[in-house]
Design a protein around this ligand. Structure first.
Ligand code: F6R
Length: 357
């Protein structure tokens, strides 16, 4: 069942090139995105979009929301489902609500969906499990094609969510007769090959994990889309390896968290977004000056000095970088847990499907 891998988590990490390809299949054409499941939706009637989910799926929403907002200029709000359902959100029939859930059974996400329906919103579910409750309750469902995810820590569901949310953003822009970024459209089909190459550097990421194995804490920093990526990287690390990890917007460092940086503190930084990467790199220098051991993921376009562990990601459209950087962050979490002898597939206190609030 594990296809020769020691754990489901590692198997699922390795399945990503294939399942990303499956999620794209039949949906991306030379000059357009086709999502037949939502062809009847008139997107011009919406004046606001909500993205709602929990955990890793929420992190996928943070990325998807930025991509949608840039592509459509519609205001987008992203909220954790357990907040949305109790916060009396301002929503009506002009609100599009998008719910993301791998299992399709998460209690808070389902309750948040039902609330939106009761207020007359149009609801779209991004689900992975065919026939799951969310797919029955939502007005429309788009499926990620990740296949069964057994490991408690989500990996392939997350990256396929990112891909599908990107397609959704481009599709809505198309429906609104806006210019669709041809560059992203062309590069979407390159993602599986890039992901495959990143996985080949597993050994290198396992070496980064050695820097973390004896640490109690670790800090992740990033800006813009990279902030969503570091939130997910930190969640992955803490849930499987029990290393306490916090993710911060890099620009917030000097508003408090930099007080935590001392000699030997590990800082994992992501700087892939051209409009803010140099700013993040300058924040990194501030942590290096205080003795931090930094692991940096960036692109060849950025100038980096004094950071020993710099990994250069492939140069693709910045809006697609979250899919790529997810791979090393998953592998760092995996190998940290593995070195520490943790049960990566079944971390303590966690269930795969959270059906109670
Ligand atoms: C973390 C993880 C959880 C889930 C969350 C939502 O690795 O898997 O944070 O993402 O419980 O689950 P779904 O997507 O099934 O609604």
């Amino acid at each position: 069942q594990k296809d020769g891998y020691d754990t489901y988590m590692l198997k699922e990490i390795n399945e990503q090139p294939h399942v990303i390809n499956e999620t794209l299949r039949g949906r991306v054409f030379e000059d357009k995105v086709v999502l037949n499941e939502i062809k009847d939706v008139d997107f011009s009637k919406f004046n606001k979009v909500y993205f709602v989910a929990c955990g890793t799926a929420y992190h996928a929403c943070l990325c998807g929301a930025q991509i949608l907002e840039r592509a459509t200029k519609l205001p987008v709000i992203t909220q954790v489902a357990s907040e949305f359902r109790y916060n009396d959100p301002i929503i009506d029939e002009k609100t599009l609500c998008i719910y993301v859930s791998q299992s399709g059974e998460t209690a808070d996400t389902l309750a948040a969906l039902r609330l939106a329906k009761s207020k007359g919103c149009t609801t779209i579910a991004i689900a992975n499990v065919l026939g799951s409750t969310i797919s029955r309750d939502a007005d429309y469902t788009l499926y990620t094609c990740a296949g069964p995810e057994i490991a408690v820590a989500s990996t392939k569901a997350y990256t396929t969510q990112l891909v599908l949310l990107t397609l959704l953003a481009l599709y809505i822009a198309q429906d609104l007769h806006l210019d669709v970024d041809q560059d992203i459209l062309n590069q979407l089909n390159d993602l599986p090959a890039y992901v495959e190459n990143l996985i080949k550097d597993e050994e290198l990421f396992a070496n980064y994990a050695k820097m973390l194995k004896d640490k109690h804490d670790c800090y992740f920093i990033g800006r813009s889309l990279d902030y969503a990526s570091v939130l997910e990287g930190a969640l992955k690390l803490k849930e499987v390896s029990y290393v306490h990890a916090d993710a911060y917007i890099a620009g917030e460092l000097k508003h408090g968290p930099i007080a935590l940086i001392e000699d030997g503190t590990v800082v994992i930084a992501v700087a892939t977004q051209p409009h803010v990467a140099a700013k993040t790199i300058s924040n990194i220098q501030e942590t290096v000056a205080r003795g931090a051991d930094v692991i940096l993921f960036t692109t060849e376009n950025e100038e980096v000095n004094n950071v020993k562990n710099t990994y250069i990601l492939p140069s693709i459209n910045p809006l697609l970088q979250s899919v790529l950087v997810a791979i090393p962050l998953q592998l760092i979490a995996y190998h940290t847990a593995n070195i520490k002898g943790c049960d990566v597939d079944k971390p303590r206190n966690l269930a795969k499907s959270v059906t109670v609030e």
